[in-house]
Design a protein around this ligand. Structure first.
Ligand SMILES: O=C(O)CNC(=O)[C@H](CS)NC(=O)CCC(=O)C(=O)O
Length: 276
């Protein structure tokens, strides 16, 4: 199965972003990719609540979701929309950061709401409080496709290894980590965390990422790290997207999952541990 990641540099305007995403999606399908993934917040990257309230929609009437469902159907591909920022009916008005797995007929096969919120002071000038704008999810999600069982996660979830363990124990052979990692923590931690999650679970890790400069955050242009990655179950980086927007491709084979798990059966050696 050929897999394609879209590396995007989205703006805070969904109408501007959608045609760019759709044309890259067509390119991916033209290479023969049967599974394509997009990064976190494919529709809109913004931390301006008033702006988000103006441009974001509920799932039922989100134009990005509708268009990408039509594309998955027309192209006959499995499509993981890394996430969409969507309005919810929450009384506090917070949005959902929601990942969708679409089948080749455009049907929604699975939804996952990002669980861990990035409330982090990266530096004195770069602070994030994702939980102010987004409502965290509470449920881990796996979904079956004809080629693999997939475990869905988003971005900052990457730092919580027990989520990936739970997904792998639920049978996930492919772990998805669509992201918008920032430049600073990306350079320090991105690749090593992705490889660790792949190695410790004997699973493919597919991590489509945002790259480059986006709308200002706290008065400064926000920069994403890029380097969308496909990592094998043995921990090898099969493809690295660098920093330009574009397409990242690799072939996946479930034999590699069984092979890695047979060589190092750590997934089946888990023990319950007493103590502190
Ligand atoms: O804000 C949005 O619109 C969408 N959400 C994101 O971009 C989120 C929260 S700011 N980014 C991350 O989780 C990056 C994590 C990261 O960089 C790390 O763990 O080091």
């Amino acid at each position: 199965m050929k897999c394609g990641l879209l590396q995007l540099s989205v703006t805070d305007d969904p109408e501007t972003n959608l045609p760019v995403t759709r044309s890259l999606l067509r390119e991916a399908a033209a290479t023969g990719a049967g599974l394509v993934l997009t990064p976190e917040v494919t529709n809109c990257l913004s931390s301006d609540r008033a702006h988000q309230n103006a441009v974001l929609r509920h799932e039922e009437d989100d134009p990005t979701l509708a268009a990408l469902r039509a594309d998955a159907d027309a192209l006959g591909i499995w499509l993981l929309i890394g996430s969409l920022a969507l309005k919810t009916d929450d009384p506090d008005g917070r949005f959902a950061n929601r990942s969708f797995l679409l089948g080749p007929d455009g049907a929604i096969v699975a939804r996952y709401d990002k669980i861990h919120m990035f409330d982090v002071e990266v530096s004195e000038t770069e602070r994030y409080r994702e939980s102010a704008g987004y409502r965290p999810g509470t449920q881990a999600v796996v979904a079956d496709t004809p080629f693999a069982r997939i475990g869905l996660t988003v971005c900052y979830d990457l730092r919580f290894p027990y989520l990936y363990r739970q997904l792998a124990k639920a049978g996930a052979e492919v772990l998805t980590v669509p992201s918008a990692f920032n430049d600073t923590t990306g350079a320090a931690h991105w690749e090593i965390l992705l490889r660790a999650r792949a190695i410790e679970n004997g699973a493919y890790v597919l991590a489509p990422a945002q790259t480059g400069t986006h709308a200002a955050h706290a008065g400064r242009p926000r920069r994403s790290y890029g380097h969308s990655m496909i990592v094998s179950p043995w921990g090898e980086v099969l493809a690295d997207g660098g920093i330009e927007p574009g397409l990242v491709l690799a072939d996946l084979s479930l034999d590699e999952v069984s092979h890695a798990r047979a060589r190092i059966p750590s997934l089946s050696h888990d023990r319950s541990i007493g103590g502190p």
